[in-house]
Design a protein around this ligand. Structure first.
Ligand SMILES: C[S@@+](CC[C@H](N)C(=O)[O-])C[C@H]1O[C@@H](n2cnc3c(N)ncnc32)[C@H](O)[C@@H]1O
Length: 257
């Protein structure tokens, strides 16, 4: 299915933004990407773009994983949206009671031959709880399943529990904000996973950080190459206005009435 057609069919359904959706779709079309793993799917919007790109290429499979309970939390569910768009054919949706790290354990076990895990994915997107412990561990498990030259994308690079708290949420994906230290609340945890685990890993390079889209990319180069970081901050008019208001708010302590 063409990009514009998917966009029309999923219009208004969160979460992936149109810019990231187009980047992702084009990346799959233009590169040797066949087997994709998406961790954290919500309504399945990004899953639709991935499945559509694979359909255009006439090859590949998407495996996507979310919590069992998320099936009822999101309407439409990923199952409904992928069925409605007729994109379910090359998609396997996995639901786990405790989360994607148990799926990753099963996947590593199923692909282990002797003492080696045979990698099978060309691209993995991590878009789940945005948590140091869960997503830090997920990275090391995904690494075992990711082919050489494959890519890993993290969403929510700059997200923090404090920023979610400002929107009125007192918990995120089972983590109660008030139980966290100030440091844990204010630190963007995916940024820490990316900078401290992924960027320091000897097998990863070609880092790209997209400020506006809040995505961070890394390639499993296998090491032996100079590490490069490409930072893209495309600040839109809306972001500038939002930032200006945030600063004014801090200075003048505007109150909502
Ligand atoms: C922002 S949404 C994903 C959006 C989707 N990738 C998109 O762009 O359309 C985050 C999802 O992660 C899921 N999630 C949170 N913690 C999880 C965990 N430990 N294991 C699996 N899924 C999890 C939530 O249920 C939610 O559906």
């Amino acid at each position: 299915m063409k990009f514009d057609e998917v966009q029309k069919q999923v219009a208004g359904i969160p979460y992936i933004n149109p810019r990231n959706a187009e980047k992702l779709y084009d990346f799959i079309i233009d590169n040797n990407v066949k087997n994709v793993l998406e961790l954290g799917i919500a309504h399945g919007t990004a899953s639709c773009y991935i499945a559509a790109a694979l359909e255009e290429k006439l090859e590949g499979e998407l495996v996507c994983v979310d919590l069992l309970e998320a099936n009822e939390l999101f309407s439409p569910s990923a199952e409904e949206l992928l069925a409605r768009t007729k994109l379910l054919k090359n998609v396997k949706i996995v639901r786990e009671k405790t989360g994607y790290n148990w799926f990753l354990r099963n996947e590593i076990k199923a692909n282990t031959d002797g003492y080696t895990c045979l990698p099978k994915y060309d691209l993995c997107i991590i878009d789940g709880p945005k948590n140091w412990t869960i997503d830090g561990a997920a990275f090391f498990m995904v690494d075992k399943l990711l082919k050489k030259d494959g890519w890993i994308i993290f969403d929510d690079y700059a997200w923090s529990y404090a920023s979610a708290g400002k929107k009125g949420n007192d918990s995120t994906d089972g983590i109660t904000h008030r139980k966290l230290s100030e440091d844990e609340l204010n630190t963007p945890q995916i940024r820490e996973v990316f900078q401290l685990l992924v960027m320091q890993h000897p097998n990863y390079g070609n880092f790209k950080i997209h400020g506006e889209g809040d995505w961070a990319w890394a390639q499993k180069t296998g090491g032996g190459m100079e590490k490069t970081v490409n930072i893209e901050y495309n600040v839109t008019y809306n972001t500038l206005v939002a930032r200006a208001f945030a600063i004014l708010n801090k200075v003048f302590k505007f109150r909502r009435i």
